[in-house]
Ligand binder design. Structure first.
Ligand SMILES: Nc1ncnc2c1ncn2[C@@H]1O[C@H](COP(=O)(O)OP(=O)(O)OP(=O)(O)O)[C@@H](O)[C@H]1O
Ligand SMILES: [Mg+2]
Length: 301
């Protein structure tokens, strides 16, 4: 359905001296995890806050399932969100915090225990929030976002403060929620963290769109796999490989070859009589790609 998912169109936010978000348009599809990426200060939080009607746009619109957030009759059942490390009353237990939120949203109190189990907090349900670690607070925030069993989840840097085990857990949880057909939009300033999680990515810098598309395409467009080859007879090998490949020479004397796979290089080396001392497939360094894409659009503005 065309109306599904999140549609951001020409969204702009001007603060006094800063174009925090600048004519930004992108779409987020249901059934997929979309990574919302950009360096610190790029405008991610401001964008998500506009989508959630917490900040008024200077221009443009954002819709969720074809409607603006402000027009939802029962938002907590339609959209779950975490913005920044979520707060709770310090002296209240995790379970009571969630029960209060249930009460406020007209959700049966028993749902609190369901979501506590979903985020692995059952053992800490009766402990006070002030004693929760950062990772436990993040989990409680996710639990709160899931209370209304919403079709859309919007999470601002949810992996902050999670340990590797927690990040893996979060990945599995968000993937399973997307597999159920939900729309999942997750921001991060770390591409490496998103690489394993996101199906699609939206990359912004200085408030503007840099790239949008399936993660796999973004990776391919930025070079795809390359081969690192070392031989004492590089010129003979390259003559045999012909003009279909792009070659650069590394500082340590190896060849970096794009446009041919391992078997093709091996066969060419055999024909050329060039002994191979090393042949490795190098994945593009996504973090570098990300830095290149967003470089010069500095973000602490
Ligand atoms: N209330 C505000 N008043 C003035 N400027 C603001 C306000 N909120 C955000 N900004 C500015 O807007 C820009 C974008 O900030 P935003 O918080 O959206 O970035 P971000 O991508 O979420 O960064 P981070 O990765 O650090 O969380 C920054 O330059 C920030 O200083
Ligand atoms: Mg932010």
């Amino acid at each position: 359905m065309a109306d599904d998912g999140i549609v951001v169109s020409g969204l702009t936010k001007l603060y006094k001296n800063v174009r925090a978000v600048d004519d930004l348009s992108f779409t987020v599809s249901p059934g997929r995890v979309t990574g919302f990426l950009g360096p610190n200060g790029a405008g991610k939080t401001t964008t998500l806050r506009m989508v959630l009607n917490l900040v008024r746009p200077t221009a443009g619109t954002a819709t969720i399932g074809g409607r603006r957030y402000a027009d939802f009759a029962d938002p907590s059942r339609e959209v779950g969100a975490i913005l920044e490390a979520s707060g709770a009353h310090r002296g209240r237990t995790g379970r009571n915090h969630l029960r209060m939120l249930c009460d406020a949203a007209g959700i049966p109190a028993g749902r609190a225990d369901d979501v506590l189990a979903m985020v692995g907090l059952t053992p800490a349900a009766n402990r006070k929030f002030k004693g929760y670690s950062l990772g436990m607070r993040q989990r409680l925030g996710i639990a709160a976002a899931l209370l209304g069993d919403p079709d859309v989840l919007i999470l601002d840097e949810p992996a902050n403060g999670l340990d590797p085990e927690g990040i893996r857990w979060m990945r599995e949880l968000l993937k399973s929620l997307a597999d159920e057909g939900r729309t999942v939009l997750v921001s991060s300033h770390l591409l490496s963290e998103m690489e394993l999680l996101a199906d699609d990515v939206v990359i912004i810098a200085a408030g503007k769109l840099v790239r949008q598309g399936p993660m796999a395409e973004i990776v391919d467009a930025t070079g795809g796999a390359q081969l690192r080859v070392r031989t004492p007879r590089p010129d003979e090998l390259l003559a045999e490989l012909g003009t279909a490949v792009t070659v650069t020479r590394t500082a340590d004397g190896a060849l970096r070859i794009v446009g041919a796979d391992g078997p093709a290089v091996g066969a060419a080396a055999m024909r050329a009589g060039a002994e191979i001392h090393e042949l490795t497939v190098e994945r593009p360094d996504l973090e570098n790609v990300f830095l290149q894409l967003t470089a010069g659009k500095a973000d602490i503005r």
